[in-house]
Design a protein around this ligand. Structure first.
Ligand code: FAD
Length: 511
């Protein structure tokens, strides 16, 4: 009997019969023995053993080792993440997640965590080598507290369902804008919503994080307990633990005003002028926001106001434009109804995807010059590969950082001034075109960096939730915040399980 195996099995606190069969299985496995003695061993065989251990502990219904029809693998939104792990775990509760992490740590198995699966970065919520994919889709609780001040969300829920559940209560929450996107990834990267100018980011509105740490312990992080971890999780990504529940403060926003218009591509510069004029003069009215998605053929402009109203004066700059189509006439609707409208703005067909992000100061000429670069590259790439991509200016008023600070602050280092976060969603079909397609967004972020530096309009911050695989958003949080994040990570994960065994992600080890 190997004492390491005995200690491990005892620490799981499983039923006596389970413990006995686990001990037998591990003690009779020559590969496990070689691994524990530090001799040469097969990583593939060890990972298969870890999946067997997990099957014994959690039961066959929670561990998919067959992966026969690929449907579980193909649940990632982007085909760039359709990768084959050794097994997929479907934990039903935080204790299952804890048992899984303890097994992963004991046998030093590679792993990835998937909540909504909407990161298109290969290897972030997928794994293509011996390893375990922890899929949190069964942790999809949505429950509103009796006083309605807080909603508890499982990491595997989707934002559309969250707004739907809050709708009858006359409330909403700061979360993701597109209904299909997952709860956990959005919050752990910060989480930008239409009304973030008024209420801060999604992460700023978290009351409690329930977290499974690398050693399997389950802790709460909030403004009183584990306060460093609380701060770190508000945008520090998957570096600290697996979050199994988010308690989020609800916001009293339900009935809102919106209008959606479509313009033709030749109106792009006029739309940029109107957007900039509103940013400079109107966006300090934090109830107002603009969602502008520029495509190669059309431009979609959504105007939103966080209360019911007649058409707000603040959107006056857009009244100078004549839309090709008014897709949604000025309406007093709800957060839920607007979210449903947005469902169609992202591709749901199985395709390859990428996104990419960079920020800048506000300047119409800068926006137009980078748009010209993007248009030239995106047109050429579309002609040769069929890829579609967007050019999106996300308005960030100074109020956003003020709201974040008022709610306790976060590690993101976002400047307290009106600026914008550019992003793109890229859709294409064929893996052979990956590099060609990605070259257009890469050239666009290069142009943003160069032109904004030359013109004194540089904003170094990169939003994690828009960052592509080769970008390093956490490096943009500022040296002091990065150092503090590293200190917190080594305090809560001294063996560096999340740095060494996690397959991908924006990890602190890369800084
Ligand atoms: C169409 C579309 C619309 C979007 N809209 C918005 C938006 O409005 N606002 C916004 O802020 N972002 C938005 N995003 C970006 C989105 O926030 C990120 O893609 C995010 O990673 C998706 O979260 P997920 O849970 O679906 O992702 P996943 O792919 O499941 O996970 C993303 C990352 O988080 C880690 N992770 C997942 N769950 C956990 C957990 N429980 N504990 C620890 N780590 C975990 C994963 O390992 C992975 O590294 C959008 C993306 C798309 C594709």
């Amino acid at each position: 009997m190997d004492p390491q195996i005995q200690n491990f099995v005892q620490s799981l606190h499983v039923a006596a019969q389970q413990a006995e069969s686990l001990e037998q299985m591990l003690n009779n496995d020559a590969n496990v023995s070689a691994f524990l003695k530090g001799n040469h061993y097969s990583e593939k065989a060890l990972t298969a053993t870890a999946c067997e251990v997990l099957e014994t502990i959690l039961g066959k219904s929670e561990v998919d080792t067959q992966l026969v029809n690929q449907t579980a693998v193909n649940e990632n939104w982007s085909q760039t993440c359709w990768e084959l792990p050794t097994c997929i775990l479907l934990p039903h509760n935080k204790n299952d997640v804890s048992l899984a992490l303890q097994t992963i740590r004991f046998l030093k198995i590679q792993f990835a965590i998937r909540s909504g699966g909407h990161s298109p970065n290969p290897g972030w919520s997928s794994i293509n080598k011996p390893g375990v994919l922890l899929d949190l889709q069964k942790l999809d609780e949505i429950s509103v507290s009796e006083d309605k001040k807080v909603v508890s969300l499982g990491p595997g829920g989707r934002w559309g369902k969250v707004y739907e559940a809050l709708d009858p209560h006359g409330l909403s929450v700061i979360g993701g804008r597109i209904p299909q996107v997952g709860v956990a990834g959005v919050i752990l990267g910060g989480g930008f919503f239409h009304f973030s100018g008024e209420y801060g980011l999604a992460a700023d509105n978290v009351k409690n994080f329930e977290v499974v740490l690398a050693d399997g312990s389950i802790v709460i992080a909030n403004a009183e307990e584990n306060t460093d971890l609380f701060w770190a999780l508000k945008g520090g990504g998957s570096n600290f633990g697996i979050v199994t529940k988010f308690d989020i403060f609800t916001i009293p926003v339900h009935d809102i005003w919106y209008q959606v218009s479509i313009y033709t591509a030749d109106q792009a510069n006029a739309c940029i002028d109107a957007f900039t004029e509103w940013q400079l003069e109107g966006s300090s009215d934090l109830k107002s926001t603009v969602a502008m998605i520029i495509g190669l053929d059309t431009i979609t402009v959504g105007l939103l106001y966080s209360t019911t109203t007649a058409s707000p004066n603040v959107f006056e700059p857009f009244n100078k434009l004549t839309p090709a189509v008014v897709a949604v006439p000025a309406t007093n609707g709800t957060v839920h109804s607007f979210t449903q409208i947005l469902a169609s703005t992202s591709s749901t067909d199985p395709m390859r995807h990428d996104y990419r992000g960079i920020s800048s100061g506000v300047d119409a000429q800068l926006y137009k010059d980078v748009y010209a670069t993007w248009k030239e590259k995106a047109t050429a790439v579309h002609a040769s590969t069929g890829a579609n991509m967007t050019f999106v200016l996300q308005p960030i008023p100074a109020g956003l950082t003020q709201a974040s600070k008022a709610k306790g602050g976060n590690p993101l280092g976002i400047p307290e001034k009106t600026h914008q976060w550019w992003t793109t969603l890229v859709d294409w079909a064929d893996a052979k075109d990956d590099e060609t397609v990605r070259s257009a967004p890469i050239a666009t972020t290069d142009a943003w960096r160069q032109l904004s530096q030359e013109r004194g309009l540089e904003v170094p911050y990169i939003f994690m939730n828009d960052a592509s695989r080769d970008q390093n958003p956490i490096a943009s949080y500022g040296q002091q915040n990065v150092q503090r994040l590293k200190t917190i990570a080594s305090e809560y994960d001294p063996e560096q399980v999340f740095q060494k065994l996690q397959n991908g992600g924006f990890l602190l080890k890369n800084l």
